[in-house]
Write a protein that binds this ligand. Structure first.
Ligand SMILES: Cc1cc2nc3c(=O)[nH]c(=O)nc-3n(C[C@H](O)[C@H](O)[C@H](O)COP(=O)(O)O)c2cc1C
Length: 376
């Protein structure tokens, strides 16, 4: 449905990844290598998929990953995702390059949403954004660290979806094949803007001026020194997104980071990375059983969520699935994507013979990497 609803260049923006898109395929193949081994003759009539993460209870063990510039897919998409997640009692991470400000989302759903930061080269900008997040009552700050340099997304380059945009006449013509998208876009009366950055680009800046500011400030160099600085100033939960190496996971723990999202950015940054789900067992082994590890990249089914939890994740995040939902049908579309994943996961849990999320462990999997420690 999202493919039908969106101009091709925008569907490509969501579906695509870096270079040969091998990372996207690897993410799926990594899940597909696992088979589940159910335990029967157990009473699973009463089941609960409620999950605690970093001291908060959520209705299910998954939430929504940050996805930038979603307002281009549908005006107000960030708000729609935030609201759908909040109604489902799940975490939503607002992207640092979203089209709604963190204050607007705060007004809509309270401070229950998480905020993702892309640090800026001019540190005074990201320092101010962090202060705004604290002032808005946000408790979870997610810092995405897998952008030391800009990635090479060839679909976007071919489509001219860059800054400044170089969109071909044929691509403009193709958008006319999606009249509902065109009408919504015209009715919104504005080009989506990098909302949280606008106040640093002068008085009522044009969207292009804000985009130029973001471009001039990204990607910003990030080192463990910067993590230390954030840890010293941010009193809420600090989470790093994009860690894939077990030694980095250990370092993060030493620097006082509260948890990690094991992620290869859905195959959008470094094409030849390890799949997140393949990185997970080593990381769990390295940081021990109690350190909060979340994972995203490639999750499309409730059974994928179950596999991730069996492999040692405490929680799972979803990028494209809910984004396709919102692109196809707005907030009800996002809610539908959540509802599908939720009921699939609940069914898989029952079929495995588990009545609660904490029962999932590697014994439900058909093959076990040596690094997994299984109690007899
Ligand atoms: C269109 C799009 C935009 C994204 N923008 C961001 C972003 O602004 N910040 C970020 O940390 N990750 C971003 N991501 C990555 C997601 O947060 C997440 O890691 C990824 O989508 C997970 O893989 P999945 O789409 O296979 O579920 C984006 C992903 C997509 C598809």
């Amino acid at each position: 449905m999202a493919q039908r609803a969106l101009p091709k260049m925008l569907f490509d923006y969501v579906e695509g990844g870096a270079e040969d898109e091998r990372g996207i395929r690897c993410n799926r193949e990594a899940f597909d290598r696992w088979a589940l081994v159910p335990r029967y003759l157990r009473d699973v009539t009463e089941r609960s998929i409620v999950t605690s993460l970093l001291g908060t209870e959520y209705a299910a063990p998954f939430g929504i990953s940050p996805t930038g510039f979603a307002g281009l897919l549908r005006p107000g998409a960030d708000k729609m995702l935030a609201r759908a997640a909040s109604l489902a009692k799940l975490p939503f991470i607002l992207s640092g390059v979203s089209n709604s400000t963190l204050e607007e989302i705060g007004e809509l759903v309270g401070a229950t949403f998480w905020y993702q930061l892309y640090p800026s080269r001019d540190r005074s900008i990201s320092d101010d954004i962090v202060q705004r997040a604290a002032a808005a009552g946000i408790e979870h700050l997610v810092v995405t660290i897998d952008l030391p340099v800009t990635s090479n997304r060839e679909r976007d380059i071919r489509n001219g979806l860059n800054f400044p945009p170089k969109i071909k006449a044929s691509a403009y013509l193709e958008t006319l094949r999606h009249p509902a998208w065109c009408l919504r876009y015209i009715a919104s009366g504005q080009y989506p803007v990098f909302a949280d950055w606008a106040k640093y680009a002068g008085e009522s800046p044009a969207p292009a001026k804000v985009a130029q500011l973001v471009k001039d400030n990204s990607p910003a160099a990030m080192t463990w020194g910067h993590v230390q600085r954030l840890r010293d100033t941010w009193t809420g939960k600090l989470i790093l997104k994009g860690i894939l190496h077990a030694e980095d996971a250990v370092l993060a723990r030493q620097y006082g980071v509260d948890g990690l999202i094991v992620s290869n950015h859905g195959g959008r940054q470094l094409d030849r990375t390890i799949a997140s789900i393949d990185a997970l067992p080593n990381m769990r082994h390295a940081v021990g059983p109690d350190y909060p590890l979340m994972v995203d990249s490639g999750v499309r089914r409730g059974s994928d969520i179950a596999i991730a939890l069996c492999l040692g994740a405490d929680f799972v995040f979803i990028g494209r699935a809910t984004l396709f939902g919102v692109a196809a049908a707005g907030q009800p579309g996002a809610a539908q994507a959540i509802s599908i994943l939720r009921s699939e996961f609940d069914r898989v849990l029952g079929q495995l013979g588990a009545s609660k999320v904490s029962m999932l462990d590697p014994t439900f999997l058909s093959a076990m990497p040596q690094t997994l420690q299984i109690q007899p």
